[in-house]
Ligand binder design. Structure first.
Ligand code: ADP
Length: 510
């Protein structure tokens, strides 16, 4: 029997990851979590809590404190108090803390991975093999930068107290992208995790304690948008780092304008995945799986627009459909599944609404023949073909497992289609002709361009967007500049210059 035939006849058997340690961890804390302020657990002043649930089966996981403006104020004060000592430590001393955090994350990697899958709904294969290893790598990498700051970034110093607001799609990884460089450069932090996925940030807070991090260097204030807004507006914050939707990014930019706060925004995307006719289509199919079905498509840089050269488009679609039919959607803790649950009902609703718009516009939709599990928030992998650039689904970020496909004839047309969006986060180019790829790459307006691969990340490589995908970089040396300021700036006043409003000219309306 050929291996291929053997696979065809093999039955699917679930391979569930054991969740006992995660349940024990939650039970030992009576499934209730306070705010982490100044190295201590503190109840919220308002006494308010909210539930976090498992989106794969709607089970209650824990009650989480909802931080209000007073709590944000306490956390900012703690971070301010901790700042002089932390910033004055030698780079070597700060590095030792970062190494300790990295090692603790590795030590507890299985607990982190299971908690993340329970809280977010993403497959354990991804949390175990991608999220958590990258988190540890970020802390190790930035431990090195802590030691190098004074030589490699001579003439720069820490910004001060940093408010960091992160999303739910990569909860612990986004925490690492934010906290590791901030601490390495000598800043102290108030972190606001996303309301759907606070658990791994709370485990991380425990690890900060066990690693002996001085109190107040990292504070975690859980809550929803209002908690984030309070942090954004707080006068004691010197910088805001935000990852999330373009809509909220816009609100934060307005809220911080004129305040003198440094700002970095990592926002949405509608990234092109460009396939030329000479590429190896079987590799392309696996690339597509990684681009749009990784993390249920809830990835800001997901390759959500497939641009296929006309001569191979139908052949490619047929291969993609065959692959989609074989994808497994189900329990995130099952090591055999490819696609987990959508994080929350509101996100599922948004995906369903946008897909409906595509169908209403007459775009051709294809979904596999099988049904998703009924007990949680699941959505099947979806392919729209014969899409035109004017369709809503070609322009709006869907943030789900939905791929929209368009065709092009020439490389110039591919570039034009790729750039026909208000975003500019990432792009992926597939061809056997490296000269063609290198010719196209700089013409595509995106922070990251991958060639014959996609969703490849490393702590040493800066990531960030153009246009409505935001500004500022995370990772690499370039990412460090978000967390430092030139010492020369100390000679200038911190307060912004207030411009007087011009008086309207007499006789004119408005
Ligand atoms: P998504 O649309 O992907 O859920 P959001 O941009 O709404 O992402 O959320 C990302 C993060 O921003 C979350 O931690 C959320 O609580 C926070 N947030 C939402 N609204 C605001 C706001 N007005 N100000 C500050 N933070 C906010």
């Amino acid at each position: 029997m050929k291996i291929k035939d053997l696979f065809e006849t093999m039955e699917y058997g679930p391979a569930p990851e054991n969740r006992d340690a995660a349940d024990q961890w939650l039970d030992a804390r009576q499934r209730e979590f306070q705010l982490f302020i100044n190295g201590e657990w503190a109840p919220p002043v308002s006494g308010k809590y909210f539930d976090t649930i498992n989106p794969a089966n709607k089970e209650f996981l824990a009650r989480i404190a909802e931080g209000g403006p007073d709590d944000v104020g306490r956390a900012v004060a703690a971070a301010r108090q901790a700042l002089p000592h932390w910033a004055a430590l030698s780079g070597h001393a700060r590095a030792r803390y970062l190494y300790a955090l990295a090692r603790q994350i590795q030590k507890h990697s299985r607990l982190f991975a299971v908690l993340e899958s329970l809280d977010n709904g993403k497959p354990i294969r991804e949390t175990r093999d991608i999220d958590i290893p990258l988190v540890a790598r970020h802390f190790y990498h930035h431990a090195g930068w802590a030691q190098l700051r004074d030589t490699e970034l001579a003439g720069y110093r820490e910004v001060g107290v940093v408010g960091q607001i992160i999303p739910w799609n990569f909860p612990l990884l986004m925490l690492a992208w934010k906290i590791a460089p901030a601490l390495a450069m000598g800043n102290t932090v108030v972190l606001k995790p996303a309301e759907y996925t606070p658990l791994t940030a709370l485990l991380f807070a425990e690890i900060c304690r066990s690693a002996g991090l001085p109190p107040g260097v990292v504070n975690v204030v859980t809550g929803a948008g209002e908690t984030g807004a309070a942090l954004t507006k707080h006068e004691g914050v010197d910088k805001i780092a935000f990852t999330g939707s373009t809509e909220v990014g816009r609100i934060i930019r307005k809220a911080t304008a004129g305040s003198g706060k440094k700002l970095s925004l990592e926002l949405g995307g509608k990234s092109p995945f460009i396939v030329f006719e000479d590429s190896d289509l079987d590799s392309v199919v696996e690339g597509v799986v990684d681009a749009i079905w990784f993390n249920q498509g809830q990835v800001c840089c997901a390759g959500s627009r497939l641009l296929a050269q006309e001569s191979v488009a139908e052949k490619l679609y047929a291969k993609i459909r065959a692959r989609m039919e074989k994808l497994r959607v189900g329990d995130p803790l099952d090591k055999s599944i490819d696609i987990g649950a959508i994080v929350a009902p509101v996100q599922l609703h948004t995906i369903e609404e946008l897909v409906r718009k595509g169908v209403d516009e007459g775009v051709r939709l294809w979904q596999p023949s099988w049904a998703c599990p009924a007990e949680g928030y699941f959505y099947p992998p979806t392919l729209f073909t014969e899409v035109s650039p004017a369709h809503v689904i070609a322009q709006e970020e869907i943030f789900g497992p939905v791929l929209v496909a368009m065709t092009f004839r020439t490389p110039a047309e591919a570039v034009q289609l790729a750039n026909n969006t208000r975003y500019g986060l990432a792009a992926s180019i597939w061809t056997d002709n490296i000269n063609l790829a290198l010719d196209i790459a700089p013409q595509v307006k995106a922070g990251t361009v991958w060639i014959n691969c996609t969703n490849v990340f490393d702590a040493a490589s800066g990531f960030g967007g153009y246009r409505e995908s935001g500004f500022g970089r995370e990772g690499g040396k370039e990412g460090l500049y978000e967390y430092v300021k030139q010492t020369e700036e100390d000679a200038f006043p911190d307060k912004p210059v207030v411009l007087k409003k011009a008086k309207p000219k007499a006789g004119k309306a408005g």
